[in-house]
Design a protein around this ligand. Structure first.
Ligand code: SDX
Length: 426
């Protein structure tokens, strides 16, 4: 029998149904409140479930993350990014022939039209790659707008394959352009992560020299970032997509939201912070700043809206980080010493313990990416690359069932009605 809650407003009792979750919190269905002339108020959506979803489950208190029911720890250990992309999109792990067919489709869409590549020439050298990526993603709409019918499941899946296939190539073009270097065509002989690294750091016309350890670490970084429920960038994709806009434009809006240092831009901000701290002796000074309410400084890579426990991705990332540092022979990296000192303080300092501020995925991904030799300006691009399957899966999930355009209301605190006064009388 459906549970109900009642609220009483101005002496009137209103009954609201409770919708049951298969995992985690049930929700109070407040959709009927508008008929009673009542809004709910929840800036930042801390207490708001914006949609139904079957893709990813997070339990922030227990530090649990599952993609389609599979724990992230098991996927990180046994799977790879393309297999996880298939799982997110289709809801089930592929068998061998399904995997090979999916991989072949992705490889068939990796190239970027040579005329389209010219759009990158409009960006000055040294431009941040995220400015180029968000523009390029929206620009893809120019290639596919007239032959993409978003009401057809097959067109939506083709769009998903194109975006997962092309984002590494777009990222590499953006990186090479930013450095004034010649871009390298995708090589379908290479794995997804190895191909990305080869396009960024290889030499045109020469074989890949990417190390298997580094390629595996990069693939795992993509996999760990593949989806994360209704985070800011995914919610942006859903909101933009709810207007029936072009899917490439909706995905571009997600990349734009991700770029912020409070979200996916944090990994780049972590490195800038570690470099600014510079030495273990200055860690205390910065922790003091982070605790000072009059100082806007926050410890980048710490805290999370949902995780009030260790981010399970950070635990896996920590392992990758040590594997890469060991291979690179940089175990005694001074920035790593600063990071380890910050992590220790966060575990022991009352301010962080009381607020349940743990290191999040961006804390370790920043250090791991640096150890892999990835330039800082590519960090958020790599987050974008990893999150692509999640974004397009949520867009597809929304369009696969009845939906309404997202249109929140407000608590109005502005002026009441007043009459216009001519300028001569003001
Ligand atoms: C990602 O949502 C997702 O799932 C995101 C993500 C994904 O995969 O999509 O996991 C990826 O974005 C991870 C988060 C990366 N961002 C950072 O590392 C930036 C630093 N972190 C903070 O900006 C902050 O912790 C947020 C934005 C992540 C979360 O902010 P909330 O949930 O709005 O929490 P809050 O600001 O209300 O903080 C609660 C308290 C406040 O103090 P009080 O007012 O209670 O005294 O904790 C303090 C905050 O001042 N606080 C911090 C802090 N984070 C929160 N104090 C110092 N340093 C910090 N990093």
């Amino acid at each position: 029998m459906t549970q109900k809650v009642t609220i009483t407003i101005d002496g009137k009792t209103i009954e609201l149904p409770v919708l049951e979750a298969t995992e985690g919190l049930n929700v109070v269905d407040v959709r009927g409140l508008i008929k009673e002339g009542v809004f709910t108020f929840d800036p930042g959506f801390l207490s708001t479930a914006s949609c139904e979803s079957r893709v990813t489950y997070i339990d922030g208190d227990a530090g649990i993350l599952m993609y389609r029911g599979y724990p992230i720890e098991q996927l990180a250990k046994h799977s790879n990014h393309l297999e996880v992309a298939y799982l997110l999109l289709n809801g089930e792990l592929p068998n061998n022939s399904q995997y090979l067919e999916f991989e072949s489709s992705i490889k068939s869409h990796q190239t970027i039209d040579p005329h389209f590549q010219q759009m990158f020439q409009g960006f000055k050298q040294g431009a941040h790659p995220m400015s180029m990526i968000s523009a390029a993603l929206a620009g893809l709409a120019s290639l596919y707008h007239d032959n993409t019918d978003i009401t057809k499941p097959e067109d939506r899946m083709l769009t998903a394959h194109r975006l997962i296939a092309k984002i590494p190539t777009l990222a590499a073009i953006a990186y090479k352009h930013g450095r004034g270097e010649k871009y390298i065509e995708p090589n379908p002989e290479l794995s997804y992560a190895e191909n990305f690294l080869h396009m960024c750091f290889g030499t045109a016309g020469e074989a890949s020299t990417v190390s298997p350890t580094i390629a595996k670490a990069m693939d795992r970084i993509f996999l760990l970032h593949a989806d994360h429920e209704q985070n800011a960038s995914t919610s942006t994709v859903r909101m933009a997509g709810s207007s029936d806009c072009n899917p490439y434009a909706a995905i571009s809006s997600g990349a734009t939201a991700l770029w912020g240092p409070a979200h996916g831009g944090a990994n780049e901000a972590v490195l800038k912070m570690l470099n600014e701290i510079g030495d273990v002796s200055r860690v205390g000074e910065f922790v003091k700043k982070a605790k000072d309410k009059s100082d806007p400084f926050k410890l980048m890579g710490f805290g999370h809206r949902v995780y009030k426990n260790f981010d399970p991705r950070a635990t896996v990332m920590q392992e990758s980080c040590h594997d890469v540092l060991a291979e690179q022979g940089v175990e005694d990296d001074p920035l790593l010493e600063v990071a380890q000192a910050l992590e220790k303080i966060a575990r022991e300092d009352e301010y962080f313990i009381e607020r349940k501020l743990y290191p999040n995925i961006d804390f370790y991904s920043g250090i791991t990416l640096k150890a892999v030799g990835i330039p800082t300006e590519l960090f958020t691009v790599i987050f974008t690359l990893g999150r692509m399957p999640g974004w397009i899966t949520h867009w597809n999930e929304m369009l696969s069932a009845p939906y309404k355009i997202a249109r929140p209301r407000q608590l109005y605190l502005g002026e009441s009605k007043r009459d216009y006064v001519s300028i001569g009388s003001r």
